[in-house]
Design a protein around this ligand. Structure first.
Ligand code: NAD
Ligand code: MG
Length: 395
């Protein structure tokens, strides 16, 4: 039995992971689940899935969860505190860690799991965008197996040869598909009117709030371009983004012979999650199959057209940050996390998210990064600068 920790179990990826695991009870054991504050959801998870441990990074929430589970007679042991996330991820009994915390908050536990040589299922793209080379070194040194969960990166991984040693010589281009989000047909001048409710209503996927807003600005795709660079070890110039509104082709690889291999499926995250859990085998996921006979069209357009550059001004920042000093992608991520949170709390407009990111990139000059502590300090410094930049913005 593969013993699994689900970091971020109450979220959209966490819920889907527990769903897939429950379909294969003899195959996966649930060692631990973690969450930040949602006690009600954790009580339900613990009663239904019976993990050995439940971690709440918020200590007060942990006390609340412990008393509610005790009252219900559940055997799950409750632990509290943000430091317990990394500790549980590298426990010796654990084989597999699903990294599904949102944002840089998941970085420390990802690095810990990587150093401990776990099978690391990476949904938490921000951790790789922030961690960059340091993250990849931890994977190498620890002998971890890093498997992508982001649907695009899972698609690329499924399209590539099994032997990683061949990747560099055979990849001509990685083509990431993007749905374009809810405003893909909007006149860019109207983007200043966008509400959090509109931004979170993604046309093809049901996801957490942060990634939904990122999909609407296409900062999600910018983060994914950076993620692809590290996961597949390709030059940034070999990564391209194409808009594909139907979200049927999850991404593609063009090889040096101009042959293209794509991975297709219905937009259901249980597909990539199950592949990460079962790789190199395949298992049932609960997702419905594609019906080609009823599919009217698969369409594509350039993410780089004049109108899309105005609609998604943040996309190009991926390449600009990768060309800049190491650490610049961590600056972009931290500023964006602060800006998205402010937008969701109605403190800035949708179109001001990009302005906050630009302001932080202009004002923060990353020092050389040697450790996780250096990265966390850069992250905190950028957050302060981003908050400062918002003070003078008129809503
Ligand atoms: P979500 O908001 O639904 O869930 C986030 C989870 O992280 C929750 O369990 C929450 O308790 C936990 N969490 C949040 N802040 C935390 C903190 N400071 N400390 C500890 N735990 C914390 O998010 P999601 O949509 O499931 O996304 C999770 C990650 O997966 C993100 O990085 C996202 O980009 C990535 N991802 C999501 C999808 C999707 O379909 N939802 C697809 C691809 C990639
Ligand atoms: Mg994705």
């Amino acid at each position: 039995m593969q013993q699994v920790v689900v970091l971020g179990a109450t979220g959209s990826i966490g819920t889907n992971t527990l769903d897939v695991m429950a379909r294969h009870p003899g195959r996966f054991g649930l060692y631990a689940v973690t969450a930040a504050t949602k006690v009600d959801a954790m009580v339900d998870i613990c009663l239904k899935h019976r993990p050995r441990y439940a971690v709440m990074s918020d200590k007060r929430a942990a006390l609340d969860l412990a008393s509610r589970l005790a009252a219900a007679g559940a055997l799950t042991e409750v632990l509290g505190g943000a430091d317990m996330l990394a500790a549980i991820a590298c426990a010796p009994e654990v084989d597999t860690v699903m990294a599904a915390i949102v944002g840089a908050a998941g970085l420390e536990s990802c690095i810990a799991a990587a150093r401990a040589g776990k099978r690391l299922l990476l949904a938490n793209k921000e951790a790789l965008v922030v961690g960059g080379d340091l993250f990849m070194h931890a994977v190498q040194e620890g002998g971890a197996t890093l498997l992508p969960i982001d649907s695009e990166h899972s698609a690329v991984f499924q399209s590539l040869p099994d032997d990683r040693g061949q990747w560099d010589a055979c990849i001509d281009k990685i083509i990431l598909t993007a749905s374009g989000g809810p405003f893909r047909d909007w006149d860019p001048v109207r983007l200043r009117e966008v509400t959090p409710e509109q931004a979170c209503a993604h046309p093809n996927w049901v996801m957490g709030q942060k990634i939904s807003v990122d999909s609407a600005t296409m900062m999600n795709k910018a983060l994914e371009v950076i993620e692809a660079r590290y996961l597949f070890g390709v030059l940034p110039s070999k990564i391209e983004v194409v808009i594909h509104p139907q979200s049927v082709i999850h991404s593609m690889v063009q090889f040096v012979d101009n042959s293209v291999v794509a991975q297709l499926g219905t937009p259901d995250m249980r597909g990539p999650i199950a592949y990460g859990l079962s790789w190199p085998q395949r298992i049932h996921t609960g997702a419905t199959a594609l019906n080609f006979a009823s599919m009217s069209a698969l369409t594509f357009s350039s993410s780089d057209s004049e109108i899309n550059q105005r609609r998604y001004p943040g996309l190009r920042l991926a390449w600009e940050c990768m060309a800049a000093a190491p650490g610049t992608t961590a600056v972009l991520n931290a500023a964006n996390e602060v800006a998205v949170d402010a937008f969701l709390n109605r403190r800035i407009r949708f179109d001001q998210i990009h302005q906050v990111n630009l302001a932080a990139l202009e004002r923060v000059h990353p020092p050389s990064i040697g450790s996780l502590e250096d990265l966390m300090a850069l992250d905190q410094q950028t957050r302060a600068v981003a908050r400062d930049a918002m003070v003078t913005m008129t809503f």
